[in-house]
Design a protein around this ligand. Structure first.
Ligand SMILES: *Cc1c(COP(=O)(O)O)cnc(C)c1O
Length: 358
């Protein structure tokens, strides 16, 4: 992918904090790099982005995004290949999704070229922070929020785009190894016509209470079902949901606008297809899942997302029944995880040009 050159301003720290970090005690999402990127939208245009020392922000109490939720984000990772080079994995998909999210939330679009330029400049500035160990990475969080100071429901006229990054090293695993999920029939993540396919901040706020309830019942995550009938499965928490059924990879279709267009799921599908595995993106009913678990035709179930990559599901709860999935059967998910890691860490040829060198 070509990167267009835009202007950028930099005000850098005098000394990096990196040498002070105890890498064995890093919790996910808590340790941030030396810098952050800021780009403001004022008078109808994006101003020149700036890389500045990481630090607090100060805002007016009537900040529009706090009150009315015009706030979107992305999540992506930088890896270090075995040759020591920092890379991003398919950042073009994040760039496109960010523009899609902005449009739906009536926020100004950032062109995928400008988005990618900002991510590249930022990661390149703090590249020393991209960890070296296999499986470790730097989690990158681009986000945009409304910055008008105004109490009244309207679209903001000013916005801020930012990028921050935090260490994702093995001490701070994102999901427990044992993923027990509950098929949710009461609460809803996304309804057709809503913003479920968008990485909008409010979606996550709304999911916390149902998730707490599920945790109290002993689950780690929720399998969301459709808002209308609760008959179809949609996503696993903040991951896309995939199954292997009779050797076919099946996953809920993105045609309803209730499912996040996941980059990890896309990579899993692309890899599966390249192996000649049959893939079906379609509606999947709760009934089909339960029957498949009962008669053994569903051999694997897993979540896919940037944070965890692949999170194998060990148990699915539906009403008062619990269905276990045998870890011995995880042939496909293990193989696909290994292949994705082999690509990200530069061990096998990147045939599709998915790696983007920073
Ligand atoms: C971010 C996200 C995903 C996964 O998307 P990736 O691009 O693979 O990280 C899936 N579902 C939801 C609801 C998400 O927010």
């Amino acid at each position: 992918m070509e990167v267009t050159n835009y202007s950028i301003n930099k005000k850098l720290v005098e000394k990096s904090r990196l040498s002070e970090i105890d890498m064995d005690n890093v919790k996910f999402g808590r340790v941030f790099t030396d810098h952050m990127l800021i780009m403001d939208f004022i008078d109808g245009e994006w101003k020149i982005p700036e890389i500045v020392p990481f630090g607090n922000l100060t805002f007016h109490p009537a900040l529009l995004s706090i009150h009315y939720g015009q706030s979107i984000f992305e999540g992506m990772k930088a890896y270090r290949t075995e040759a020591g080079k920092p890379v991003l994995f398919r950042p073009d998909l994040n760039a496109k999704r960010f523009a899609y999210s902005a449009k739906r939330m009536d926020m100004p679009e950032i062109s995928p070229e400008l988005f990618t330029f900002c991510v590249k400049e930022f990661v390149s500035q703090d590249k020393e922070w991209v960890p070296e160990k296999e499986g470790d990475s730097l989690y990158i969080r681009p986000f945009m929020f409304a910055t008008d100071s105004y109490i009244g429901i309207k679209s903001s006229e000013t916005y801020r785009f930012m990028i921050i990054a935090s260490l994702a090293v093995s001490g701070g695993v994102y999901y427990s190894a044992d993923l027990k999920v509950k098929i949710e029939e009461k609460y809803v993540r996304a309804a057709e016509g809503g913003v479920g396919s968008v990485k909008a901040a409010g979606n996550y706020g709304a999911s916390l209470y149902p998730e707490r309830k599920a945790k109290e019942e002993g689950y780690n995550q929720i399998i969301w079902t459709d808002a209308k009938s609760h008959e179809y499965v949609e996503e696993a928490g903040t991951m896309n949901l995939l199954f292997v059924k009779d050797g076919v990879l099946i996953t809920p279709s993105e045609e309803t606008d209730t499912i996040l267009h996941g980059t990890t799921k896309r990579a899993v599908i692309d890899v599966a297809k390249s192996w000649g595995v049959k893939v079906e993106e379609r509606k999947i009913s709760v009934k089909e899942v339960i029957e498949g678990l009962e008669n053994g035709s569903i051999s694997e179930a897993f979540g896919a997302g940037t944070a965890a990559t692949i999170a194998p599901i060990t148990e699915i709860g539906f009403r008062s029944n619990h269905y276990k999935l045998d870890p011995e059967n995880r042939t496909f998910s293990k193989k696909v995880l290994k292949t994705l890691n082999d690509i990200k860490f530069g061990r096998i040829k990147d045939e599709n040009n998915w790696l983007f060198y920073v």
